[in-house]
Design a protein around this ligand. Structure first.
Ligand SMILES: NC(=O)c1ccc[n+]([C@@H]2O[C@H](COP(=O)([O-])OP(=O)(O)OC[C@H]3O[C@@H](n4cnc5c(N)ncnc54)[C@H](O)[C@@H]3O)[C@@H](O)[C@H]2O)c1
Length: 436
């Protein structure tokens, strides 16, 4: 294929080097003359192991050229990759100006050259940037319609500097966001033979996936560092602790606890977080991330209560009261807290939890729930049918099936689903997922 690479920084240069090695014809375009001259001579404009050798041999083969002229990158190209920077703006947001400038150049070049390459955005951009800003600029400058006259996709880059070639060759995943299914076919073709899962998702999902990755990486590093500081204070080599922690691929390094849902609770997590925070504070160890975890958890509860109250429901049904399904443990259950707040707001509650029997509660469990919901027995119902009286039902546990939820929806009851009941469409009247 003939591929125009716009932006000869780390991403663009590594991509150019690897694509030319794969046998493609690459035209690099940059606004900085020294970078273009360097590429024209087969000399890498960035330092990255292995890239120089690939560019040199690409240059010798005649399949690698570079230009300051955007038209050169677009003319006869099968694809153009936008790899320009998206730095922080002065207001700490994202500066999309380089991407927009290149989109305009590409659009104009499509108009003048008559070429209709697939436009591939590799830069990291916020959800909504591609369909809200980049595609309109491309359309305006080219006088063409995306999806009819040309296609544009988002293809986030996951390479890491210093191991960029290895990451290109063995990516953890290949993600293509499409406005129209099939638009990304040329990329499917390009990556044939790569041993990586290939995801074809919407433009906004693809944009968000990249942030999800980077936020999680930043979070992991901060988690490890704050935990390391606490362990060191306890006289430990935190690397040993981390080794054992990371060896647990069932609960720790796994998809467990990574599905969007509702606040945590129960007899362990809140208590243990508080204990570590107290320990850190007594030992003057700053742990802002761990502190923010409890704060954030509280906000989940407050936001849900605000969301419910906005509908001004008189009677609210709740499926699930214990801190998780299949237990009667209500110690620090976030649903108990939600119930308490809703009662405080004047709502009538009907709670169904097949595992909670108010007459059989004992010990700390009984004490804690009674402190929050003194008249628990009068709030609970043993029959799901009673919940039909509600204006709004909170599905906290997956203790109901799709048919039951549909029946409630059909009878006009608003459902807020915290449990992710399978088979219920995201977009249907009266239905809301907690974060879907
Ligand atoms: N560096 C990484 O490890 C990495 C990894 C994944 C994703 N990303 C994302 O990829 C994007 C590019 O990152 P980078 O580190 O390669 O950036 P970079 O700053 O190294 O390179 C950007 C290049 O774009 C050029 N450019 C700017 N405006 C231009 C224009 N109008 N026409 C042509 N060229 C122009 C600049 O001169 C520069 O050479 C960013 O959105 C970044 O967040 C970077």
């Amino acid at each position: 294929m003939r591929i125009g690479i716009f932006g000869l920084g780390y991403v663009g240069t590594v991509s150019a080097a690897c694509l030319v090695r794969e046998g493609h014809v690459v035209v690099g375009v940059d606004a900085v003359e020294t970078k273009v001259r360097s590429m024209q001579a087969g000399i890498t404009p960035v330092q990255e192991p292995g890239v120089q050798e690939l560019l040199e041999s690409g240059h010798k083969s005649g399949r690698l050229t570079a230009s300051l002229d955007p038209g050169e990158g677009v003319r006869d190209a099968d694809m153009v990759w936008i790899c320009v920077g998206t730095p922080s703006s002065l207001d700490r947001g994202l500066d999309l100006s380089h991407v927009e400038a290149v989109a305009e150049q590409i659009g104009r070049a499509m108009f003048t050259t008559g070429s209709r390459p697939l436009v591939v955005l590799r830069s990291t951009v916020l959800p909504g940037s591609m369909d809200g800003k980049v595609i309109p600029v491309l359309e305006e400058a080219s006088g063409l319609k995306c999806g009819e006259d040309f296609d544009a996709v988002i293809h986030p880059e996951f390479l890491r500097e210093s191991t960029a070639i290895a990451d290109f060759d063995d990516p953890p995943k290949i993600v293509v966001g499409e406005q129209i299914p099939g638009a990304g076919d040329p990329l499917w073709e390009l990556y044939k033979g790569f041993d990586a899962p290939f995801y074809r998702i919407s433009l906004r999902e693809a944009e968000m996936v990249k942030y999800c990755d980077n936020l999680f990486h930043a979070l992991k590093i901060t988690f490890a560092n704050e935990m390391g500081a606490i362990a060191r204070k306890a006289g430990l080599d935190s690397r040993r602790v981390a080794e054992v922690f990371c060896s647990d691929t069932k609960l720790n390094i796994s998809p467990k606890y990574l599905r969007p849902g509702f606040a945590f609770g129960g007899s362990c997590l809140p208590k243990d977080l508080r204990a570590i925070l107290r320990y850190a504070s007594l030992n003057s160890i700053p742990t802002p991330m761990f502190q923010a975890v409890l704060e954030s958890n509280k906000i989940q509860i407050e936001s849900l209560v605000d969301r419910i109250c906005a509908y001004q429901p008189k009677t609210i049904g709740m499926v699930g009261l214990a801190f998780k399904p299949n237990t009667d443990d209500m110690r620090e259950s976030p649903y108990v807290e939600v119930a308490k707040r809703l009662i405080g707001e004047g709502a009538r509650l009907l709670i169904f939890d097949p595992h909670v029997d108010p007459d059989n509660l004992i010990g700390a469990n009984k004490a804690m729930v009674e402190a929050a919901l003194g008249h628990l027995r009068s709030l609970m119902t043993s029959s799901l049918a009673d919940l039909r009286e509600a204006d709004l039902i909170l599905v906290n546990h997956p203790a109901v099936d799709t048919d039951q939820v549909r029946e409630w929806l059909d009878s006009g009851i608003r459902i807020i689903d915290l449990a992710g009941i399978k088979g219920v469409g995201r977009v249907q009247p009266n239905y809301e997922g907690i974060s879907w």
